[in-house]
Design a binder for this molecule. Structure first.
Ligand SMILES: Cc1ncc(COP(=O)(O)O)c(C=O)c1O
Length: 506
């Protein structure tokens, strides 16, 4: 057999693992129960008459199954996770330790408030840090993810405009925006008006100014944007948006590049979500478990959803109903979810913040930006960069470097898997052809970045030297090769169904 060598020395994942139901056999068990005669007992009368198709496995089979499945996961704990726009950073184990303290892990949101004062203080302390780092007076802690935060932000803006008598009709969204931005605006009943990007990858200010008008409710701008670039005209944009009577919503998913350096509230932004599961570590994936608190001006804060935690002389209280004190309790737009937010994620994020302090957080963001620029500097001649930097937390490549090679960005990403890397984000943002977006974060050492860079350089050289076939076949070191991604998205099969259940035992 031909020995397959890789540039990185990794060999992908090489153990196929069937579903547990496909492995099970009747009569096999992980435990030995003594035979019990139930037939004539009262329990026996209630006993199942037929199998319900549970898989039968011995203990080693069950253990191996789950260990093998765990080995199939690519994780930030396994290697560099070069997704762009996702901030896959190391989650310090200290976060996990604190989140598992019984005082946090074993409490329930319906407990009497006097018994959960520490948890409420934790939420309030985190809220203060987030407001301080971003320069806002108000915050809604309950949204469960970035997209949910966007929904909270736009619903709050809509509520504020409605209170003024006119919800307006249009929301301006740059063409480089994450898909959740236009989806959110549409869900809030607004018409989306796309603003083009300019040749420098930033929003086209002239086009934006032209689109502003009395029917514009808000702009949704990401900063740094999804091309990894700082929107330099942001202060003038904020002024123009406000002059038109509209609100400035910022998608703060990329705040990791700015923490401790810039307070978005100082730039004229009115509301912004924070993906705690990105900027402030904490695990994320599969749509959760995350948290997307929204920081906002005091004016918008009056309309923000409940509940929120307040501190009084008697301790901490959760304001959950209209009966509470203050404007927010009477103007709020309702509740966005059950209870007060993702408490476990709050604990992790606050642990991360307190263990680094403001100076440490600033250093984190500097290192994240440095790492991204290091990748850009070392790869710009091997891959192709559509926009000149300076880059913030992530680097955007396009597919110009693949011209004439018959290799696509998708093929290139698949070849990364054989090298033992999770693929970078591809075909996003849409503003460049064949985008490949990568965000190393501050977690990576120079050694780890160099290994990644050398691997990508070697792959680019392979593509340019006519090895298209190798890319078309990739990945070859995985249990499954190329999947039908369109079918997987359009006809997802999310649960296993037995062909037929065995007949009743009797
Ligand atoms: C720029 C941007 N905005 C919004 C989101 C949505 O965040 P979430 O996945 O937490 O809903 C993402 C997620 O990747 C993002 O990158």
């Amino acid at each position: 057999m031909t020995e397959i060598t890789t540039h990185s020395g990794h060999r992908g994942l090489d153990m196929a693992e069937p579903l547990i139901f496909e492995q099970g056999a009747s009569g096999r068990s992980g435990v030995d129960w003594p035979e019990v005669e139930l037939r004539n007992s009262r329990i026996g009368a209630a006993a199942r008459k037929r199998s319900i198709g549970l898989p039968g496995l011995s203990e080693p089979e069950a253990v191996r199954h789950y260990v093998r499945l765990s080995q199939k996961n690519y994780a930030i704990d396994l290697g560099l996770y070069p997704l762009g726009s996702c901030t896959m950073k190391h989650n310090p184990r200290l976060n996990e330790k604190v989140a598992r303290l019984p005082g946090f892990a074993d409490i329930h949101p319906l407990q009497p408030m006097s018994t959960v004062q520490g948890a409420l203080e934790m939420i309030d302390t985190l809220a203060s840090w987030l407001k301080g780092l971003t320069g806002f007076d108000s915050i809604a802690m309950s949204p469960a993810a970035g997209a949910h935060g966007e929904l909270c932000g736009l619903m709050t803006i809509r509520a504020a405009l409605e209170a003024m008598g006119n919800a307006r009709e249009r929301v301006l969204v740059p063409d480089s925006a994450h898909g959740t931005n236009p989806a959110t605006a549409a869900l809030c009943g607004y018409r989306i008006d796309a603003v083009p990007s300019n040749e420098r990858g930033r929003i086209d200010k002239a086009a934006l100014l032209e689109k502003l008008g009395p029917d514009v409710a808000a702009i949704m701008l990401t900063n740094p944007n999804t091309c990894g670039l700082f929107e330099e005209d942001i202060v003038e944009i904020a002024e123009a948006v406000h002059a038109a009577g509209a609100y400035f919503y910022c998608d703060g998913a990329n705040f990791n590049a700015l923490v401790g350096k810039v307070r978005p509230g100082d730039l004229g932004i009115d509301a912004m979500h924070l993906n705690l599961h990105k900027t402030f570590s904490t695990p994320h994936g599969g749509g959760g478990p995350g948290a997307g608190p929204v920081v906002m001006t005091a004016e918008l804060g009056r309309f923000a959803p409940l509940p929120h935690v307040i501190k009084s002389d008697d301790g901490y209280t959760i304001v959950e109903h209209n009966a509470g004190e203050g404007d927010r309790a009477t103007n709020h737009l309702g509740r966005m979810r059950s209870f007060h937010g993702q408490a476990g994620v709050f604990v992790r994020a606050l642990t991360y913040i307190l263990s680094h302090g403001s100076d440490g957080l600033r250093k984190i963001s500097e290192d994240a930006v440095l790492n991204a620029n290091y990748i850009a500097a070392r790869l710009k001649d091997d891959l192709s960069v559509p926009y000149p930097g300076p880059y913030m937390h992530e680097v955007l490549f396009d597919d110009t470097f693949l011209n004439g090679t018959d290799v696509t960005t998708l093929d290139f990403a698949k070849a990364m898997i054989d090298e033992g890397y999770h693929p970078a984000t591809i075909y996003f943002p849409l503003v460049v052809h064949g985008a490949l977006l990568t965000e190393p974060t501050e977690s990576e050492s120079k050694q780890s970045l160099d290994q990644f860079i050398e691997t990508l350089k070697a792959l680019a050289a392979d593509a340019k030297s006519g090895k298209a076939e190798m890319f078309k076949n990739a990945p070859v070191l995985t249990p499954v090769r190329r999947l039908d991604e369109t079918r997987a998205a359009r006809q997802p099969v999310l649960r296993w169904r037995p062909a037929a259940l065995p007949e009743a035992a009797e």
